[in-house]
Design a protein around this ligand. Structure first.
Ligand SMILES: [Zn+2]
Length: 286
């Protein structure tokens, strides 16, 4: 599932292209993937493209917002009109057919924009969704989400306060709870624990202030590094030329089981924690 850096990368790519355009027509090919009234957003102009946690928020000039959650297999593909130059902007779960003719069998919705471009929402397994909400609902959605880890207010003490809400739970599992900290999933929770030298299985109540400080640093460092790399290869392709996010090549432990730890050369292990594959170095993480 795309996490904060992957959704942020998609946001930046789309923002540069669709801000200021009008939505001329919307085709819903799978009713389950879309909720809201098509008529209420047809003809509206896109005024903002933003991200909150793992959600993409397309703000319109009529007090409505289109919220998109890609979940496991969602993709957003912006295709320029035939008169325009430029590659497709592609984000989300990679598949080979995301490079071929659209719509395809996984296309759930198509937005026709005023410059002739089309934004396709594809989703093989249909866990993802698009929702149209009135802007007065945004504070309610916002309240259910924890602080943004790259926001100014995200201090180590705030991280500590948030994590202590689930003190009897392993720290990595709590880091992935969207109500505790927004936007962190399996990749960055594993990486942050490694950078902090913290065994991801440790219960929050056993963590010291020094650990919280290192974990805070680990969260910021892993997310920032990934943003620099354009997200992770597994969940994001930047464009049709195959320019991809390559964060996973720079990862310390995620997906590295059986390979030597970059710090101490002991083999990275894979364990299951909270039902998810979890990577750690038993030498570096205590
Ligand atoms: Zn190590």
């Amino acid at each position: 599932m795309p996490e904060l850096p992957e959704v942020e990368t998609i946001k930046l790519g789309l923002e540069a292209k669709i801000k200021g355009l009008k939505i001329e027509k919307i085709q819903i090919l799978t009713a389950k993937s879309f909720s809201g009234a098509i008529a209420s957003i047809t003809g509206a102009k896109i005024s903002t493209v933003a991200r909150r946690a793992k959600l993409l928020l397309i703000g319109l000039d009529n007090n409505k917002t289109i919220i998109i959650h890609l979940k496991m297999t969602g993709q957003l593909i912006l295709e320029a009109s035939s008169q325009q130059q430029g590659a497709r902007i592609i984000g989300g779960h990679p598949t080979t057919n995301m490079f071929s003719v659209l719509p395809n069998s996984t296309t759930r919705a198509v937005f026709n924009l005023s410059d002739g471009s089309k934004l396709f929402f594809n989703d093989q397994r249909m866990f993802g969704w698009i929702k149209v909400v009135n802007n007065d609902q945004l504070p309610i959605i916002n309240q259910k989400l924890g602080p943004e880890p790259l926001g100014e207010e995200f201090s180590w003490t705030l991280l500590k306060t948030q994590l202590l809400k689930r003190k009897a739970t392993p720290v990595k599992v709590v880091l992935m709870d969207q109500e505790i900290v927004a936007g962190i999933g399996n990749i960055y929770a594993s990486e942050a624990c490694f950078i902090a030298g913290l065994d991801p299985r440790r219960k929050v109540l056993t963590i010291t202030d020094g650990d919280f400080q290192r974990l805070h640093q680990g969260v910021i460092q892993s997310l920032t590094e990934s943003l620099k790399q354009g997200g992770s290869t597994r969940s994001h392709f930047k464009n049709i030329n195959g320019e991809r996010g390559n964060f996973l090549e720079h990862a310390f432990v995620y997906g590295k089981n059986g390979q030597p730890c970059k710090v101490c050369a002991v083999d990275v292990e894979k364990v299951t924690l909270g039902g998810r594959g979890t990577y750690l170095c038993s030498q570096c993480q205590k």
